[in-house]
Design a protein around this ligand. Structure first.
Ligand SMILES: *Cc1c(COP(=O)(O)O)cnc(C)c1O
Ligand code: SF4
Length: 398
């Protein structure tokens, strides 16, 4: 079976909008829905959702483009990721303002440096949708907006001064909410730093506003290659014709795409949904990279799954899903330990030089080390020094 990606039908409220406006990303961003009144034009809000809006000043910002609102109105699962409910103020098992201790890992404003070779650079706090499960609620949608000149220069200087940093991950907020002019300038400044090999851009825009991916954006990204795109598709219903075209355009122009998904309770926490999402992404030449255990940020208890149920999903997929389509289950250790991967355990017995496994279909097997073979050092040559330099790099961890 091949997959069919269908053009999204705008919600009735947008029925009269001409196609050239609808397919223009700037129009989509300017027409973003923000208030209860805006959303009631597209959704028949239920009591829980009205209760969510009723939280007033405490409410984590709510926004969505006309395109994504229309998608939410046609799919209950997506609706739950973008509309607030009263459950967001219910006390939960773990409610952390800064679950990943990013504040203490921030040596200068807008930089998060947890791993020695790569940093996050929070270029804006604006997103095209405010996911109810966002891990960075303390920052996103707080209307700080663009970074100021001084913070921007300090961030670049920090990256320049730390030669161990090889990769910059543009994040936020959503870097693709920036204009091509500002995005291009940022990419140019980062590319000019000698120690930087890879630039990644984390963005939900291909899902929320796929019109953002146009020829002009592609030209901007190509100029600073290698640039990797990290998308955020959480449900197969997000893979419309528009989204498929956006992904195709990126890959056609040499921009590799990796997808990250958050496992969400009652939304995508089933092997059938994850396999559907993963196979369609792979067909569109996008590598399913991580599925994340939802972080315990404030107001997310009703959206988090249990660790055991997440592990069960991955174990079910094993053996039925191509390794290319298989995402890695990952949990960001609260309080800033970095990520840990949760891989199904096939080990049955272990002793010196011997391991016994039971595979995905129940078959057992033993692996033995070679007899009396000495483990020989290969000729490491010029790579020795490169590795030593990488190992010496430090993070500013407290
Ligand atoms: C997730 C994360 C990264 C990237 O990790 P990868 O495993 O390389 O994808 C980098 N820095 C921070 C602070 C992160 O949270
Ligand atoms: S797109 Fe990412 S940063 Fe923005 S609200 Fe959603 S999870 Fe948070």
């Amino acid at each position: 079976m091949r997959f069919e990606f269908k053009t999204l039908k705008p919600a009735p409220h947008f029925a009269e909008i001409p196609a050239e406006k609808w397919s223009n990303w700037i129009w989509q961003m300017q027409q973003t829905l923000n208030t209860e009144a805006d959303f009631s034009k597209v959704f028949e809000l239920n009591e829980g959702e009205r209760g969510g809006f009723g939280q007033g000043g405490k409410l984590f910002k709510v926004s969505a483009t006309p395109y994504y609102s229309s998608l939410g109105a046609s799919c209950q699962s997506i609706r739950r990721t973008l509309l607030p409910t009263g459950l967001e103020v219910k006390p939960g098992a773990q409610q952390m303002e800064d679950p990943l201790a990013e504040i203490v890992h921030s040596p200068t404003s807008r930089i998060i440096h947890r791993y020695s070779d790569r940093v996050l650079f929070l270029v804006t706090d604006t997103c095209s949708v405010y996911c109810r499960y966002c891990t960075r609620k303390r920052f996103t949608g707080q209307e700080e907006g663009l970074i100021n000149r001084q913070d921007y220069q300090n961030a670049l200087q920090y990256i320049r001064n730390h030669k161990g940093i090889r990769e910059v991950i543009l994040s936020g907020g959503d870097p693709l909410t920036l204009s091509n002019r500002i995005l291009g300038q940022t990419l140019r400044d980062i590319r000019a730093i000698e120690n930087i090999e890879i630039i990644r851009i984390g963005s939900k825009m291909p899902a929320v506003c796929p019109m953002r991916v146009d020829k002009e954006l592609i030209a901007t990204l190509k100029e600073y290659s290698p640039v990797y795109m990290m998308t955020h598709f959480s449900h197969p219903k997000e893979l419309t014709k528009e989204a498929a075209d956006a992904l195709g355009l990126l890959v056609d122009h040499g921009i590799p795409i990796f997808n990250q998904t958050v496992l969400l309770n009652g939304i995508n926490n089933h092997a059938a949904i994850i396999q559907a999402l993963s196979r369609r992404l792979l067909y569109l030449r996008v590598k399913p990279y991580y599925i994340f255990q939802c972080d315990p940020s404030e107001g997310t208890d009703h959206l988090r799954t249990s660790i055991e149920s997440s592990e069960k999903i991955v174990k079910e997929l094993w053996g039925h899903l191509s390794g290319l389509a298989m995402p890695t289950l990952s949990l960001d250790i609260p309080s800033g330990g970095g990520k840990t991967t949760l891989v199904p355990n096939f080990l049955e017995k272990s002793s010196e030089g011997l391991r016994e496994y039971r595979g995905w279909d129940g078959r057992r097997g033993i692996y033995k080390n070679p007899e009396g073979e000495e483990i020989l050092p290969p000729d490491v040559g010029e790579y020795f020094e490169e590795w030593e330099v990488l190992k010496r790099a430090k993070t500013p961890c407290p």
